[in-house]
Design a protein around this ligand. Structure first.
Ligand SMILES: CC(C)=CCC/C(C)=C/CC/C(C)=C/CC/C(C)=C/[C@@H]1[C@@H](COP(=O)(O)OP(=O)(O)O)[C@]1(C)CC/C=C(\C)CC/C=C(\C)CCC=C(C)C
Ligand SMILES: [Mn+2]
Length: 393
């Protein structure tokens, strides 16, 4: 790793820019004074700057970007095909392994039909690996969101993390774990994003308010940005991609963040009924809104304006994500485009509901969903890079 480059974080937001330079970090940060509208682009970063990470004033974006760099480096170094000894007793038997993956596929098909369909074009090996990761994520989410959520304690999450360590060491506890053990032995998937997702669940147990976007960003990374980082090593990067691995991981992270922000905006009413507000408190106050306003659930002009800003920000993350999709292996692009197009339409639906996300659930209708699949297919296989190449030939 080079130690000569420096961190440059550009946050651009319309015309109002404020330049802050912190020499200890060898870092130049251009910060936006209006949180509703910030755009984040990381251009380069150094290990020296990363080493200076103990300085307490780092933003969540900076902390998360360190993880992005680490994941990108792992793939670059091709630390693939780590040979993990999978417990003989449990599964030297290929038949059992296939059965484990089939069960993962069934869970995917049950919980996320469109996504399951989208995985059908991936190579069989990749498809199965993505299913195994999906099932682990779904199970992790269910711990705090599922029917037994009220019994979940930090100790239970510690045990889940210990189990994760075992899975990565080739000691699975059940069939789903076995599929994941195999997947992580086969692809350069790092344990960090998995641990971070569990950290997000811990956060959910102890926190129901977010002071500002920086805090919310960290939560979004933990529960969703991590999914992007887990998936890229399996989906693979196109052999002819000219983008840096960091850029691609950054886009993957952005898609997770965009999805989670959208999920939050869709579920404001539902979350409030559980006593939770996943919205930046400082931005609510700036918009003249109080907690009571959220709990009362009345759509006012103040609320509409606030929501416009939040939707705009989510769309910026989707735009950031778009830059990376075409860099993925061609067979992996379809499910990613499908996920991006479908989730982004939830934002349109919130607008169509006149910003009533208190009592109306924004959703993408069946017809729009069906239309999105060929649209995603077209983007995956007829996207600009290919067309350009065809024209140039
Ligand atoms: C192709 C593809 C989409 C692959 C990802 C597959 C995968 C491993 C998904 C796991 C999703 C999961 C169960 C996460 C647990 C936490 C959670 C529930 C997060 C929310 C998902 C939406 O779920 P749902 O609508 O069911 O929410 P409720 O539980 O009902 O509230 C999230 C909003 C986040 C999911 C995040 C992603 C799908 C990120 C995808 C990013 C990539 C695949 C990277 C793509 C790469 C580039 C370069 C852009
Ligand atoms: Mn959930």
């Amino acid at each position: 790793m080079s130690s000569t480059t420096c961190v440059v974080v550009w946050v651009s937001c319309g015309s109002k820019l404020e330049n802050i330079t912190t020499t200890t970090h060898q870092k130049s940060v251009v910060k936006c004074s209006n949180n509703n509208n910030d755009k984040i682009r990381f251009t380069s970063i150094s290990s020296a700057a990363v080493a200076a990470a103990s300085v307490p004033s780092r933003s969540s974006e900076e902390k998360v970007y360190e993880v992005v760099l680490k994941q990108a480096a792992l793939v670059r170094e091709q630390r693939k095909r780590r040979t993990i000894e999978i417990d003989d007793d449990f599964m030297t038997n290929l038949h059992l392994l296939n059965a484990a993956y089939d069960r993962c596929g069934q869970v995917c098909a049950e919980y996320a039909k469109t996504f399951f369909l989208g995985t059908q074009l991936m190579t069989e090996e990749r498809r199965k690996a993505i299913w195994a990761i999906y099932v682990w994520c779904r199970r992790t989410d269910e711990l705090v969101d599922g029917p037994n959520a009220s019994h979940i304690t930090p100790t239970a999450l510690d045990r889940w993390e210990q189990r994760l360590n075992d899975v990565f060491q080739g000691r699975p506890y059940d069939m789903f774990d076995a599929a994941l053990s195999h997947t992580v032995s086969n692809y350069p998937v790092d344990i960090q994003p998995f641990k971070d997702m569990i950290e997000g669940m811990r956060m959910d147990l102890r926190k129901s308010r977010y002071n500002n976007f920086d805090e919310l960003y960290l939560y979004c990374y933990y529960v969703a940005g991590t999914v992007g980082l887990m998936s890229v090593p399996v989906m693979g990067i196109a052999p002819d991609s000219n983008s840096s691995t960091e850029t691609i991981y950054n886009a993957a992270l952005a898609l997770g963040i965009a999805n989670q922000l959208t999920n939050i905006l869709r579920d404001v009413g539902e979350d409030a009924r559980r006593g939770r507000i996943y919205l930046p408190q400082d931005e609510l106050a700036q918009a003249g809104l109080s907690e009571e306003d959220i709990f009362n659930g009345k759509v006012t002009d103040k609320w509409r304006n606030f929501m416009k800003g939040q939707i705009k920000r989510a769309r910026i993350f989707f735009d950031e994500a778009e830059k990376g999709v075409s860099e993925l292996n061609s067979a992996s692009r379809w499910p990613v485009w499908a996920s991006l197009l479908l989730y982004r339409q939830i934002l349109d639906s919130i607008e169509a509901n006149d910003y009533n996300n208190f009592t109306k659930r924004a959703y993408v209708g069946q017809a729009k969903k069906l239309f999105s699949l060929p649209a995603a297919y077209a983007k995956a296989f007829l996207g600009p890079p290919k067309l350009t190449k065809m024209i140039m030939r």
